[in-house]
Design a binder for this molecule. Structure first.
Ligand SMILES: Cc1cc2nc3c(=O)[nH]c(=O)nc-3n(C[C@H](O)[C@H](O)[C@H](O)COP(=O)(O)OP(=O)(O)OC[C@H]3O[C@@H](n4cnc5c(N)ncnc54)[C@H](O)[C@@H]3O)c2cc1C
Length: 553
């Protein structure tokens, strides 16, 4: 095992890119979603010399487009997939302990109507089984609610046929910020992580070595004075593909994946005040979906349709929006949610391990798969946001013997213990409250930064005057650049900050001011600032337009 490297909390992309080609690595990870960053973290913490390349931003693929649940998956009980549910519940407990605030318990309410496939008693039994499967790691609070109690707490809920509900606790997070927390933990453990770098081809050879040809996607942009693409060879003893739905584009063909598009929409929560996540059934096909209160919004999702579009080009469709509006209006008939009310819409592709053919994407297992490819190459795919840590442990366990044959020793997995982030959530809240941050901004920030909240204080602008929330926003932007690899306005507004995709119209309005602030950290010219704002606005206009949502005025 190699000597431990000194902890590092600040990425330096140019320096890290130079290291990629200049040094040789035990492990090269391709893909910077939750899966790839988790592998980099696990491997670096075991003492392996680890590099990761991501073609876009961290979490730019599926890992920023999930329902943000950290769960065992109550509905997988219907497939008798008990070990999968149990695995998710164990990881839920670990995440609640290791990233407090960023991962938090949330209350779920599961209403049951006459004619539903599962009766109230069965749902209650299912939830109790769900709790039991957590073997002492349950969140408690499961109870049956009478129809009257339910209508009292959710007055707008559809009354016809309502029989009662079961209420229980599960957990939720912010998917991109969880991925960033994992990436930062990998960095602290000594891994080198470089965004905007695409693997073009693998260089596996007869000596069992891996490695890949990498292209620096920033080198053709103005940031580098218009130099051509930089291509380098990265040498590594083992390479692992963690490419999520992109895996379908790459050999080997032994990995059979199905990609299913899932879309969410959001509306302002004043339309439907909810204090818990509500399970809903689509009136069109009976599928289970959720209404999820997140900050000032209610998110409805998700759809689930096979989609073979190139993952980078996946967009929500007008049909998706129609399906979700119908779901919302069926559940809350008095509210009349229209396309004008929709503030955000986004879609992602689930990388599902295809175990059989012809199965409905909804019924396919969320299991993960570790596959050994040609010499030096491994693939890790499938799985869930919730189970990323376990996926990484299984993959690195599989690679360790092959590395040992090449004289590289690795320690045991240590990610079952300790905190993902450093710091104390309560201490951070107290200090920020004393600096005048509003309760709303504080709650939102706790959900984004968890116990690392206090770190933001060092980025607050020096002048102590002005609106505290606005100063805090500037600190968030500075930290996004200096500690969280933000390189573009999308990285900032659509992934690192709230409201992100939950309110694309708000992002559209904020684009010019945010581009100016971001540009001041990235040394952008006035032209670059204007172009960044225009590009973000064009993207939002296109996505809303394609889904039939009226554009911001
Ligand atoms: C609608 C929806 C809802 C979901 N809800 C939940 C939920 O509530 N809870 C839960 O636990 N799970 C959920 N999931 C599942 C979860 O989001 C995914 O399992 C997980 O995000 C997949 O992560 P990943 O890292 O494998 O893939 P991705 O996040 O897609 O990452 C793959 C990365 O590889 C990069 N890449 C590809 N090719 C290259 C290359 N040549 N060079 C460099 N980089 C490359 C891509 O840019 C991408 O960033 C949901 C999924 C969807 C679609």
């Amino acid at each position: 095992m190699r000597a431990l490297v000194p902890p590092r909390s600040t990425p330096d992309r140019d320096h890290d890119f130079a290291r990629l080609g200049a040094e040789s690595w035990d492990l090269l990870v391709i893909g910077g979603g939750i899966t790839g960053t988790a592998v980099a973290r696990d491997a670096a913490l075991r003492g392996l010399k680890t590099a990761l390349v991501e073609q876009g931003d961290f979490a730019f693929g599926t890992s920023s487009r999930s329902s943000r649940l950290v769960h065992g998956g109550l509905r997988y009980l219907a497939n008798f997939d008990f070990s999968l549910v149990r695995e998710g519940l164990v990881e839920r407990r670990r995440l609640l302990d290791s990233a407090p605030g960023l991962v938090r318990p949330v209350r779920f309410i599961y209403p049951v109507y006459k004619g539903d496939p599962d009766r109230l008693g069965k749902v209650h039994l299912g939830v109790r089984l769900y709790d039991a499967l957590s073997l002492g790691h349950g969140l408690g609070g499961t109870k049956r609610l009478l129809r009257k109690q339910l209508l009292h707490s959710i007055p707008g809920l559809r009354r016809d046929g309502l029989q009662g509900a079961v209420s229980y606790f599960d957990a939720a997070t912010h998917d991109t910020r969880l991925t960033l927390a994992v990436a930062r933990s990998a960095l602290r453990a000594g891994a080198v992580l470089v965004p905007r770098c695409r693997a073009l081809g693998l260089s596996g050879n007869q000596d069992r070595n891996g490695g890949a040809r990498i292209c620096d996607l920033l080198s053709d942009q103005s940031q580098r004075g218009g130099q051509g693409d930089r291509e380098i060879e990265v040498r590594a003893k083992a390479t692992v593909l963690c490419c999520g739905p992109w895996q379908t584009l790459y050999p080997p063909a032994t990995v059979k994946l199905r990609t299913a598009r899932g879309t969410h929409i959001s509306i302002k929560n004043r339309r439907i005040p909810l204090d818990g996540y509500i399970a809903l059934r689509s009136p069109r096909d009976g599928r289970l979906a959720f209404a999820m209160p997140i900050g000032q919004y209610i998110v409805f999702g998700t759809t689930d349709d096979d989609d073979r579009t190139e993952p980078g080009l996946v967009r929500p469709t007008a049909q998706d929006a129609g399906y979700l509006l119908e779901l919302a209006n069926h559940a809350f008939p008095a509210v009349d949610v229209t396309p004008e009310d929709v503030t955000g819409i986004w879609a992602g592709l689930r990388p599902l391990v295809a175990e059989g053919s012809g199965e409905d994407a909804d019924a396919l297992s969320r299991r993960h798969l570790v596959v050994r490819g040609p010499p030096g190459l491994w693939i890790l795919t499938g799985g869930k946001l919730t189970t990323h840590r376990r996926m990484a442990e299984d993959l690195v366990d599989a690679i360790v013997p092959a590395l040992a044959e090449q004289g590289v020793e690795a320690g045991l997995c240590v990610t079952t213990e300790g905190k993902l982030l450093t710091g104390d959530l309560e201490a951070g809240r107290v200090r920020l409250e004393a600096l005048g941050l509003s309760r709303g901004a504080l709650d939102s920030a706790s959900g984004l930064y968890g116990n690392s909240l206090e770190e933001l204080i060092e980025f607050l602008p020096k002048e102590p005057t002005g609106d505290p929330d606005a100063r805090f926003r500037r600190a968030q932007i500075a930290m996004a650049v200096k500690r969280e690899w933000a390189l573009s306005l999308d990285d900032l507004l659509l992934r690192r900050l709230e409201p992100g995709p939950l309110d694309l119209k708000q992002c559209w309005r904020e684009a010019p001011a945010a581009a100016r602030e971001l540009g001041s950290h990235l040394a952008w010219s006035d032209r670059e600032v204007t172009r960044a704002a225009a590009e973000l606005r064009d993207g939002i206009t296109r996505d809303l337009g394609a889904a039939g949502i009226p554009l911001p005025t």
